[in-house]
Design a protein around this ligand. Structure first.
Ligand SMILES: [Zn+2]
Ligand SMILES: [Zn+2]
Length: 177
C-alpha cells in the first residue's frame, strides 16, 4: 500500500488516480479479521504537500452486536488528507517532533514512496464503531430463551419486567441477612 511519488511529481500538480488493494488481515495485522480493503485516491502535489482525496472501501465479515450472527459488512470512509514531504535532513527522522507529526496523521514522507498502510490502518480503526448491526431493524436475541428473534418469534413468554422482579426478590433476600 504505497504510492510512488515520482509518478505524481511528474504530473506537475495534475492529479492522478491511484487504486490500492489489500486484505483486511494484512492491514490490521490480525488474522481474525477477514475482509478486503480497496482505497481509491486522487493524488496531487502542491509544493511540499501531497494531497489525497478519495475513499477507502472496507468489506468484511463481522458479528452483529445485537443478534451475534455473522454478516457481510460494507462501509466507505471518505479521505481528505494532506501529507507533508520532508525535503532534507534525514537525521531529523526520529526526533520526538517528527514522531508527533506522524501520530497527528500528517505523515512525513522521506524518499520516493508514500507508505499508506499505517495511515489506512488508523483510519479504519477510528472509523469502525463498536456496534455493528446486521440491520437497523435487527430484533436481537431473546433474553429469556436465547432465540434469534429475526429467525423465529419467541414463545417463552419472557418479558423485561419478569427478570427485574426476580432480580429484586433476590436482592431482598440478600439484604435481609
Ligand atoms: Zn443482528
Ligand atoms: Zn424467548
Amino acid at each position: 500500500m504505497h504510492i510512488y511519488l515520482p509518478d505524481i511529481k511528474r504530473q506537475k500538480g495534475l492529479p492522478i488516480d491511484v487504486l490500492l488493494e489489500s486484505s483486511l488481515e494484512d492491514i490490521l495485522g490480525d488474522s481474525h479479521e477477514s475482509g478486503q480493503v480497496e482505497a481509491s485516491f486522487n493524488v496531487s502535489t502542491a509544493g511540499n504537500e501531497i494531497i489525497l482525496n478519495g475513499k477507502i472501501e472496507v468489506q468484511t465479515i463481522t458479528e452483529c452486536s445485537r443478534c451475534l450472527e455473522s454478516f457481510n459488512l460494507l462501509y466507505y470512509i471518505d479521505v481528505n488528507e494532506v501529507f507533508t514531504m520532508e525535503t532534507g535532513d534525514k537525521s531529523k527522522e526520529s526526533t520526538p517532533h517528527s514522531l508527533a507529526l506522524e501520530s497527528a496523521e500528517t505523515l512525513t514522507v522521506n524518499g520516493d514512496y508514500l507508505y499508506l498502510k499505517e495511515y489506512i490502518r488508523q483510519v479504519i480503526i477510528l472509523e469502525r464503531g463498536n456496534s455493528n448491526l446486521c440491520a437497523d431493524y435487527c430484533k436481537g436475541i431473546c433474553a429469556g430463551c436465547g432465540k434469534n428473534l429475526n429467525i423465529t418469534p419467541c414463545d417463552c413468554g419472557h418479558k423485561e419486567d419478569e427478570i427485574d422482579e426476580r432480580f429484586l426478590k433476590l436482592k431482598d433476600l440478600y439484604s435481609d441477612n
